[in-house]
Structures are given as C-alpha cells and as structure tokens.
Design a protein around this ligand. Structure first.
Ligand SMILES: [Zn+2]
Length: 435
C-alpha cells in the first residue's frame, strides 16, 4: 500500500486557521479605554444629501411602482425625500435637547451622498432619456431646498451635526444613464425626479465592474465637494448599500479617510458563503494586527422607526441594543437612516423624532455622545480630538494624565477622564472643562 505523503499546505492551512482563530479570540492589544465604563453612544445616519427617492408627492402620482422593478427596496423609502431646512432644524432641536455626561448635546453623524444626476433640459419638458451630473451644494432642479445649508450650519455650530461621507451617487451612474437612454420606464421615472430605476436595488456605486481609477476620481470629487460644503475633510465612510471590498478600502485610506463604518453589514461576493465568511474573519484579524490607518466599527443598535412603523417599539429595541453593547464592553453605535427624519409623509418624520427623543430621554445623562473619529482615536491612544462647532473638542478616557497631539503638532495635557473644548487655538489651553 502506498503511503500518502503529507503536503505542506495540509498542515499549514489548518495551523494558519487555528492561529487566526486564537488571534481573534484573544483580541489583540487591550484597548486603553474601558468601553464598559465609558457608556458611549454614537449615531450613524446614512443618505443625507441624497436627491431621492421622490422630490414631492406629485412626482409619484399615477405611478405604478411595479414598472420600476424596485425589488426589496422598503416601502418607506419610496416616499422619502431630500431633507429640507425644517427637517434638519427639527432633528437638531431633538438632539440639542439631550445632554450627555460631559454636558455636551447628543451628536448625529449624517453620512452624505454628494452627487446627483438630473434629466437634461432640452426643448420643452425633459424626457429623462439623457442625464447630466451635478454636485452639492447645488441642488438637483427637482429638489430645491432653500435655506438647507443655513440649517446645517446652525446644527454644526450647535454641536449636534458631524457630517461624514457616504458616496457620490449611491448607485452605478453609468448603468442608470444607459438604462434611461434605452428604457422608457427608467426615463419617465428620471423625468419625474425619481431616484429609483429598474434594478436600482442591485446597482452599486462600488461595483467591481467599475474601474478603480474612475472610483478614485469620484471619491476625490465627492470629498472635495464635502470639504467645500462643510469646511473640513470627512473622517469616516460608509459604503452605499454596504457593498465594498478591500480594494475600495485602499482608495479610502489613500484619500485620507480613517474610519470604515458598519463592517459587520458588509455585503460583497468576496465575503459570501462559508469560505467568504472565513476570508472576512481572517482579513479582520490580519487588519487588527497590521492595519494602523483604518479603524473598522460595527453598528450594534438600530433605530429604524420608518420601517417598523411603531416609534415606541423602535425606541425600546434601540435602547436594548445600547445596553447590550455597553454590557459587552463596546461603544453603542446606533444606526438610524435619514428616511426616519426626512419624508414626504410628515407623520413618518414626526415618528422618527419621537423615537429618537424617547431614546435620548431614556438614556438620560448617562451616556457620553461620541463620533466615529473619537471612538477610533480613543481606541488607539486613549485620547481624542475632533472639530466641534465651537472649537476643538479633546478627550482623555484613560485613568492617567495624558497629552493630546492637536493638528499642527501642538500638545495639550488632560487629566484622567477629562474632556474640554479648546476655543483659543493660539494659546492651546482648554477654556472649558467637563466630565
Ligand atoms: Zn445609503
């Protein structure tokens, strides 16, 4: 009988898997922050700035949604719309009504889509067969929102609005343009200002078929527009439809982004099936050890009132999610899309605000409201800084006095557990203590 030889990979592969598994279980370096004690809450909210899904109720009149083959797109989305100044101000007021343990208001991270496609205006009414590209702060002609940017500026100044990056289009713009040229139903929807088109639920901005240089140019354009509107570069990113791969992460990192949201939600052919999931776990372990420029965060609570249609239920589920995250020793990261706060049906937005207000009231002054970039910096070094409406907000969540390196290389020293706002950039001294 012939003896079977043991090929090296037969030993190496299982050994590698075991090693990775151990690495995962042991979890790498311990965090400098005790997240169980920090009881922090982060709000991540996608789709702000998106010129969709419908500009107004008239655009939906006598429309058979079946024509658009919208697949699994939830009903609540069909009648959602680009936020206006009233929606932003009303949401900002809810956030400002809550105070965290450090005396600062609750802060929401609206993740922005910066670009839009609108029908080309020929002679007479546009028929939607030809599209042109546009970018914020200019609005899609069907989505005029006077006063929106003033409301956003007010919310940023109040410390309740910390914009981050979502994407340029949210879908594959070339696929949509080609469809509008060929398909009368798609063209008719575009002419009405509707964002949906046949197959839009499976049209991905970061589709693998889209060349990386094109995506890099779009990222540069989107981030430049973002900086123009909000006066700073974004720190964090969430891929549209959670569809991205490590190739896109490289683009983000090279563009200066430092935080990737919703790692657990990632949907991509590379990470499907048993081997895909294994690949994702391995990639994650390797990243924890070797990646020092991108931090991956997970959403671990949901406040999606519009889809549930029940503010009390949405609120209680979110509250449970927050407490569970804390008990696991994680920052609570609450997902809550724009659809809950900007909608053609004013009751939907009112319900969304009611659920959020209820959650904030139930949490009381216990939480520390943080943003992604703060969680990332605190996890790495125990201290953080970020721009706030009234200066630089710095924090030390460790148990010892520590220096914080500010932009430009300046140092400030913070006592254990201290957070402060630096208003006087010249002196570099904290003007206001807290916590
Ligand atoms: Zn989105």
């Amino acid at each position: 009988m012939k003896r079977r030889s043991v090929t090296p990979w037969r030993v190496a592969l299982p050994a590698l898997v075991v090693a990775m598994g151990l690495g995962l279980v042991l979890g790498g370096r311990p965090s400098l922050v005790d997240w169980r004690a920090a009881r922090s809450v982060v709000f991540e909210s996608d789709d702000w700035g998106l010129c969709g899904y419908a500009p107004d109720t008239a655009a939906l009149a006598q429309l058979d949604p079946a024509v658009l083959q919208i697949g699994k797109t939830p009903q609540a989305y069909l009648t959602s719309t680009l936020e206006d100044s009233t929606a932003v101000a009303a949401l900002a007021a809810v956030l400002a009504g809550a105070r965290g343990r450090d005396g600062r208001p609750a802060v929401l991270q609206p993740n922005y889509i910066m670009g839009w496609q609108a029908p080309v205006q020929g002679e007479g009414e546009p028929d939607g067969r030809q599209l042109r590209d546009g970018i914020l702060p200019a609005f899609h002609p069907r989505y005029q929102r006077p006063g929106l940017w003033d409301a956003v500026e007010g919310a940023v100044a109040a410390g309740v609005w910390y914009p981050e990056y979502h994407g340029l289009w949210h879908f594959d713009p070339g696929a949509r343009a080609a469809l509008c040229a060929a398909d009368p139903a798609a063209a008719a929807a575009a002419a009405r200002g509707l964002l949906l088109f046949p197959g839009s639920h499976e049209s991905y901005e970061l589709d693998d078929a889209r060349p990386l240089p094109v995506l890099a140019a779009e990222l540069a354009a989107g981030m430049a527009a973002f900086a123009g509107v909000f006066g700073r570069a974004p720190d964090a990113v969430i891929a549209p439809d959670y569809h991205w791969s490590h190739r896109h992460e490289r683009l983000w990192r090279d563009a200066g982004l430092t935080v990737v949201q919703a790692q657990r939600e990632q949907r991509h052919p590379d990470y499907e099936g048993l081997f895909g999931r294994l690949r994702k776990v391995l990639a994650r372990v390797l990243r924890r050890e070797g990646e020092h420029r991108l931090t991956h965060l997970d959403r671990n609570a949901r406040l999606e009132t519009a889809q549930l249609g029940d503010p009390a239920l949405a609120m209680s589920r979110a509250l449970r999610g927050v407490h569970r995250a804390w008990s696991r020793g994680e920052p609570a990261i609450v997902e809550s899309h724009r659809v809950n706060y900007a909608h053609l049906d004013p009751r939907v937005a009112a319900d969304g605000r009611e659920a959020l207000a209820g959650l904030l009231a139930a949490l009381g002054r216990e939480p520390l409201f943080l943003t992604d970039v703060e969680v990332a910096r605190l996890s790495r070094g125990g201290v953080s800084w970020r721009r706030a409406g009234d200066g630089l907000l710095v924090r030390n969540l460790t148990h010892t006095r520590r220096p914080v390196v500010l932009p430009g290389g300046r140092l400030v020293f913070l006592a254990a557990g201290e957070s402060a706002t630096i208003r006087d950039a010249a002196s570099g001294l904290p003007q206001q203590g807290g916590d």
